[in-house]
Design a protein around this ligand. Structure first.
Ligand code: FAD
Ligand code: AMP
Length: 479
């Protein structure tokens, strides 16, 4: 196997594999080093996202949603169901099939584009070299690289009060592999992952309690949208306890006893399983030699500038291992930017336009600035809100909880943010991401024709509402 490549990528998650494919498309000889192997020692591509993240979680969210609908939400349509059952192993098998289809797909794309896959752990050495070791720690190859792209990703954070035992106390990976529906399920952390995994098992019948240390629900989201989401989840019966800090979790007689503190003092609850979903941290350990020129920031991320250049010449880092939101699409776009810059193009990334989604039901999605951020920065703004309760399409599909909120600059009318809780929130926000990328004003969207009846009419109405012209709700102020 060749020992010299124009580009060597470390890690084949959505940041790494996309970077590798784009680099190869641009005519650069490219290798991707991946250490993840399956039980048979065969390399597994796709990283966290495809194997134990975005894809399997969405597969289980979709299966569990169908089950919950069939069980209790179809009667309103005049459809009665009887004998609805859940076969958890069959549900997991479907998830596994999708994962293998997609990871196999990346192997196919690598082959098609001429990307060389190298199995092993990569480490950056001084002088743009990558040392590859096998699973026993033996050095098998040293690659000479014109350029290196580090895309080593992230791992779940562990907290001392709740050590993972992979049986009763599990992390997100364990929560995607439970073979039975737990009776009582505790989740530490009401972040994106905690809410999604709590939703999966809650829909399948677990009594779910989500314990969150912070007093605010989803503090990174627009406050109005977060409040609306909390109200909807409460109505659905999801037990989210804010201001609840877990101090100890102990396994006793097959149950997990969880001690937590609130303003009312110390309390204890017993669960069958406990999911620890308290965030993720960059996988930046043992990734580079001390004389490689690379540095970490104070939070353990590989230090990079806006173009994902590290402090070592010709070494770049992208995805979860560097600052910014830990999202697959953010890493992929960084990967493309870096590949193109290596090939001499003037690519750059718009960090102001990255959508984020919580795949609960209804979904919560956002792009751009929140109202509280604009207030804090003293930016003059206008807000337009449209509730799904006034959307014909949302009512027709019996899915009318939530709202679209659009924020625009008070003087220029340029859209600064869009926040949605409601049906298909992710896809609706994506429409506004496109508009924002084109520098759209709220009026531009207001003057656009939206099909009827669609959920996207709620985006149109929110854009109209920004200037007090919404048609299907009473505007707060007429102009
Ligand atoms: P990763 O996907 O973590 O991939 C890194 C790869 O590098 C791994 O394959 C690893 O084995 C390999 N590697 C690491 N070190 C080395 C080394 N030294 N040598 C060789 N190989 C190495 N994001 C979304 O955008 N949408 C979602 O819906 C979503 N859902 C999620 C659900 C869950 C349960 C979880 C856990 C995460 C979710 N995420 C989601 C986050 C998303 O998975 C990550 O943001 C994304 O995977 C980051 O991509 P990456 O390429 O930077 O790293
Ligand atoms: P995220 O980083 O979005 O995945 O969210 C993780 C959440 O876990 C954060 O909101 C933290 O406040 C919360 N968290 C961290 N440690 C604890 C703890 N000991 N008890 C309860 N919640 C916690």
């Amino acid at each position: 196997m060749a020992d010299r490549f124009d580009v060597v990528v470390i890690g084949s998650g959505p940041a790494g594999y996309v970077a590798a494919i784009r680099a190869a498309q641009l005519g650069l000889s490219t290798a991707c080093v991946e250490k993840w192997v399956d039980g048979d020692g065969k390399v597994t591509l796709g990283g966290t996202c495809l194997n134990v993240g975005c894809i399997p979680s969405k597969a289980l969210l979709d299966s569990s949603y169908k089950y919950a609908e069939a069980l209790g939400h179809l009667d309103v349509h005049g459809i009665s169901t009887e004998g609805v059952k859940i076969d958890v192993p069959a549900m997991l098998a479907r998830k596994e099939k999708i994962v293998s289809q997609l990871t196999g797909g990346i192997a196919g794309l690598f082959k098609h584009n001429g990307v060389t896959t190298i199995t092993g752990r990569g480490k950056v050495l001084a002088g743009a070299k990558v040392e590859v070791t096998d699973h026993e720690g033996k050095v098998v190859q040293v690659l000479e690289a014109g350029n290196i792209i580090i895309a080593a990703g992230s791992v779940p954070v562990n907290i001392p009060p709740a050590p993972i035992d992979n049986k009763h106390i599990i992390d997100s990976t364990g929560a995607l592999e439970l073979t039975e529906v737990p009776g009582r399920l505790g989740v530490i952390g009401a972040g994106v992952i905690g809410l999604e995994l709590g939703s999966v098992w809650g829909r399948l019948g677990s009594e779910v309690v989500i314990l969150e240390a912070l007093d605010d629900f989803l503090p990174m989201m627009d406050v109005q949208i977060a409040k609306e989401a909390a109200k909807i989840f409460k109505k659905q019966g999801l037990d989210i306890r804010l201001g609840t800090r877990v101090t100890k979790a102990t396994v006793k007689k097959g149950k997990v006893e969880v001690a937590y503190s609130t303003t009312e003092g110390e309390q204890v609850e017993s669960f069958d399983k406990l999911i620890v979903a308290v965030g993720r941290k960059p996988r930046s350990e043992e990734l580079f030699a001390s004389d490689s020129g690379l540095t970490l920031d104070e939070r353990g991320y590989i230090f990079v500038n806006d173009f994902c250049e590290t402090e070592a010449p010709h070494v770049y880092a992208v995805g979860d291992v560097v600052r910014g939101p830990m999202l697959a699409h953010k890493g992929s776009e960084e990967g493309i930017m870096v590949a193109e810059r290596i090939a001499g193009k003037k690519a750059q990334m718009n960090y102001d336009c990255i959508p984020s989604v919580v795949y609960t039901h209804p979904e919560i999605a956002a792009v751009g600035r929140t109202e509280q951020e604009l207030k804090a920065d003293g930016v003059p703004y206008k807000a337009g809100v449209f509730p799904f309760a006034a959307s014909g399409r949302a009512l027709a599909s019996n899915d009318s909880d939530g709202m679209v909120k659009m924020l625009a600059h008070a003087d220029t009318d340029r859209i600064l943010g869009c926040h949605v809780v409601g049906p298909s929130a992710a896809d609706l926000v994506q429409q506004v991401v496109i508009a924002m990328e084109f520098g759209s004003s709220a009026e531009d969207l207001a003057l656009t024709v939206f099909g009827h009846p669609t959920l996207s009419e709620a985006v149109h109405e929110a854009a109209l509402a920004v200037n007090g012209h919404a048609i299907h709700i009473a505007n707060r102020k007429k102009r």
